[in-house]
Design a protein around this ligand. Sequence first.
Ligand SMILES: [Zn+2]
Length: 179
Amino acid sequence: MIVLSDKINHLIETTVKTTLNELKTEQTLQNQIINLKNRNIQLENNINLLKTENNNLKTTFGKIKRNNKLLRKDNELIKNENYRFKNELENLKHYRKRIPRNLRHNVFKRDNYRCVECGATNDFTMLTLDHIVPRSEGGEDNEDNLQTLCIKCNLEKGNASWKGGGAVKIEDKILGAIK
Ligand SMILES: [Zn+2]
């Protein structure tokens, strides 16, 4: 009897131990599951933050792209303008060299050292001599074919045959009214 009771006792002990161990393992697993769930929530939050960040970057990138496009256009315009300006300046320099000093002086004096189109003087701009009929169209280097233009009006006139006189006409009208 005693032996049997011992055996039963031992069996009960073993069973209880095993069950306790199983319970411990179960508890550990459940803890791990909770940890993994928490980790998952953190990762999802991180993903959402990254998504928002990504959207922000996309918007910024779009803006930069558009700005870049505008800047490129502006740059192209400035380049063209610069090129045109350089060419015109070269032409002006070329003409200047070819026109004799006293002829230049006479034309400036005749036009009262003012742009015949807008009335600007050397104080505010650079005065140039302009061929009314361009040399390329057969215009000659004489007083009748030369006029004083400021550099702005000269550039606007370009290579056209054109006689300025807006400012002079207005001035004459004013003077006429005073007289
Ligand atoms: Zn002018």
